[in-house]
Design a protein around this ligand. Sequence first.
Ligand SMILES: NC(=O)c1ccc[n+]([C@@H]2O[C@H](COP(=O)([O-])OP(=O)(O)OC[C@H]3O[C@@H](n4cnc5c(N)ncnc54)[C@H](O)[C@@H]3O)[C@@H](O)[C@H]2O)c1
Length: 322
Amino acid sequence: MKEFNGKVAFITGGASGAGFGQAKVFSEAGCKVVIADIRQDHLDQAVAYFKDKKVPIHAIRLDITDRKAYAAAADEVEKVFGEPPQLLFNTAGVNAFGPAEASTFEDYDWVMGVCLGGVVNGMVTFVPRMIRAGKGGHIVTVSSWGGFVASPNCTPYSTAKAAVVMMMECYYQALKPYGISVSCLCPGGINSNIGESSYTRPKHLGNTGYNTNEKTIAFMRKHYSYGMDPVELANVLKRGMENDVLFILPFDSPETMMRETVERYVNYVSPEGMKRQEIVAAARRDEMKKHPNPMMEGAEEAGWGKAKPDLVWIDESVRPKN
Ligand SMILES: NC(=O)c1ccc[n+]([C@@H]2O[C@H](COP(=O)([O-])OP(=O)(O)OC[C@H]3O[C@@H](n4cnc5c(N)ncnc54)[C@H](O)[C@@H]3O)[C@@H](O)[C@H]2O)c1
């Protein structure tokens, strides 16, 4: 898609971080932007930001896991802007960190409910409306580089992010004949509020196996502050959309990273390859010891990525380090 002016854009998680960056960049490009978010305080801040700009912005409080509310939000967009969106950004997401083996049903239900289920709800709600409107469009889902790299310390998240990568490739092929393009944005770190994800965790899914408390949240705030600027990220996304790129990787050498990912899978299919992969992993661990990542400073003291203390059967001494 080359021309954004006058298009209606629906952005989930649009009131903070990556989504707010998209709201700024695409409203600047002339879009009528709908910001949908579960956090009222984030919505209020976003609306206040746009107040003086005199651009068409509409805010909706929405939990993307709630299908009825999602349909009502889609109706509201048509009422406010007279048509369904031509641009859909499935950006809202949450994360949670802890050992895969400590994960509870609720850890999976919450994280995958938002990061995968929320995207499913976006697609099933909007795709038929977009096709019926006959104006084409572009759908973006924000996955993560974590959708390509296995993490034993945020497994529900990585699982959901990998799933939406595949989902977007399927939709890319399915929607092309309707003039609707599809992209999947796969960032590394973003300077955002995602460290506060647990604040929106529903009570009935509160049972976690992970060590989550104000100390771990404070660590995450610092950790994510090293991430990419959301407006810069949205500009990279926009360029990718203009060129109809499916996997938009905001890195210096995305092709090298993807080749290494494919190579990892190739290695995993034979005994010789498994040995090769062990060597690659050991070299990476050595590299990390030599050059510790400043983003991880304070993780150990904060107890980040660990199991909650009463899961005494988890042996921290044998677990892979973050
Ligand atoms: N922060 C990173 O380092 C990073 C890296 C790669 C990918 N991502 C992805 O980027 C996307 C945006 O995250 P961010 O980092 O900007 O975080 P953020 O927390 O700043 O923004 C996400 C927004 O989504 C909202 N949200 C959460 N649950 C919701 C729900 N159920 N319904 C509606 N809104 C909901 C939050 O209230 C928040 O305003 C996510 O999909 C995330 O997984 C983030």
